[in-house]
Design a protein around this ligand. Structure first.
Ligand code: P1T
Length: 388
């Protein structure tokens, strides 16, 4: 069970899951140690010495991380996997059987689409613009088992009304999954809005420093949790002790990082929105963004991810990117350094070009993960590169 005894997010981020070891003979670690032992001693056959037997099944560092993450999502359970896609794969194995139908946001991380289409081939998926809740109702079939929401979406930064969608899905007997990677539990807690399971790519804001790959599934449903726990052990895509430690470390500063990511993102969005070479800016923190109000209702912030479209051609976009100095051209997001990428040739290159166009991923759409540098420096870099 998660430790939810502290109300404040940062207090939980720092203290939940941390069991300061004051037993006789202990070293008294203040920080959870990295337990590397793959196996644990037994007192006699049939009687393990402690709750731990084998690293894949359970590990003290991973347990501590899972407890901390569960506490931050206001959940009873979190289960940590070796990547975001490993977590998604495990969840789909638990929830879906051949012949089932899934309704998913049309704008999803490209890897999630690939997983649904190439690995779960017997599953029928309808991709729908869930920013319009009425579109969801139209897509539901007799065999629809699951609603898969990513909000905000990657890379169009679209937002679904999670509570309204979850209500409607539950009326139809479906389960609701929300990929909460972009806002992190600091800004958004989908279980409180009605989701059954939260997915994370902890590679992003949770790790926070672009140096650890991981994923997690979070739920308060005991039966679902037991199934997820079983597949974590039986299929084995667990998070390593070292990576668990890095995620614990990342979570402790999540609140302060998210605040600064957001401040910088807002400044940059405002700057870009006023520049003549920019055709549009997609950032819900801007008051005229179509999702501004729904994000205000269901989250406590707008996050650090934004996309924008340049006037001109693919070559113009490539030239712009190549001349930036502070923004690194790279996939992924959520680290301290600002990253920029061109979804049509990078994260979403595997999505059928027709589909890409229908979603709005144009050749000059750029996605930015706004880092923690000084906003003035970031803006100066953008301004110089746009103006020259
Ligand atoms: O990379 P991995 O930890 O396996 O997580 C996959 C994933 C899941 N969900 C969302 C919303 C994601 O953004 C990702 C990974 N995304 C990138 C690598 C990217 O550049 O968008």
């Amino acid at each position: 069970m998660a430790e939810n005894k502290y109300k404040g997010f940062s207090t939980r981020a720092i203290h939940a899951g941390e069991q300061t070891d004051t037993r006789a003979g202990s070293t008294g670690d203040v920080v959870v140690p990295i337990h590397l032992s793959t196996t644990f001693i037994w007192d006699e056959p049939g009687r393990a010495h402690s709750e731990f037997e084998y690293i894949r099944s359970s590990n003290p560092t991973r347990n501590a991380y899972e407890q901390k993450l569960a506490a931050l999502e206001d959940a009873n359970y979190a289960v940590a996997f070796s990547s975001g896609l490993a977590a998604e794969n495990a969840l789909m194995q638990v929830l879906l059987r051949p012949g089932d139908h899934v309704v998913a946001f049309d704008d999803l991380y490209g890897g999630t689409r690939r997983l649904l289409e190439e690995v779960f081939q017997g599953i029928d998926v309808s991709y729908v613009d869930l920013s319009d809740s009425s579109e969801f109702d139209k897509a539901v079939k007799e065999n629809t088992k699951l609603l898969w929401i990513e909000s905000p979406t990657n890379p169009m930064i679209k937002v679904g009304d999670i509570a309204a969608l979850a209500r409607s899905a539950h009326e139809k007997g479906m389960l609701v999954v929300v990929d909460n990677t972009f806002l992190s539990p600091y800004f958004q807690r989908p279980l409180a809005l009605g989701a059954d399971v939260v997915v994370h790519s902890s590679t992003k804001y949770i790790g926070g420093h672009s140096d650890v790959l991981g994923g997690a599934l979070v739920t308060s449903d005991e039966v679902l949790h037991e199934k997820i726990r079983a597949i974590q052990n039986n299929a084995g895509a667990v998070l390593s002790p070292f990576d668990s430690y890095l995620n614990i470390r990342g979570l402790k500063t999540l609140a302060v990082r998210m605040e600064r990511h957001q401040q910088n993102a807002l400044r940059i969005a405002q700057f870009l929105a006023g520049h003549q070479k920019v055709a549009k800016v997609l950032y819900p923190g801007l008051p005229d963004n179509p999702y501004h109000e729904v994000v205000k209702r269901q989250a406590s912030g707008f996050g650090g991810m934004l996309s924008f479209e340049l006037h001109g051609t693919l070559e113009d976009a490539k030239s712009f990117i190549s001349r930036l100095r502070l923004f690194t051209l790279a996939e992924s997001l959520g680290g301290v350094e600002s990253l920029i990428e061109l979804p049509s040739l990078m994260t979403h290159v595997g999505v059928d070009p027709e589909v890409r166009r229908s979603i709005g991923i144009s050749d000059t759409l750029l996605r930015v993960s706004v880092g923690l540098e000084d906003a003035d420096d970031l803006i100066e870099d953008l301004k110089y590169t746009l103006d020259n």
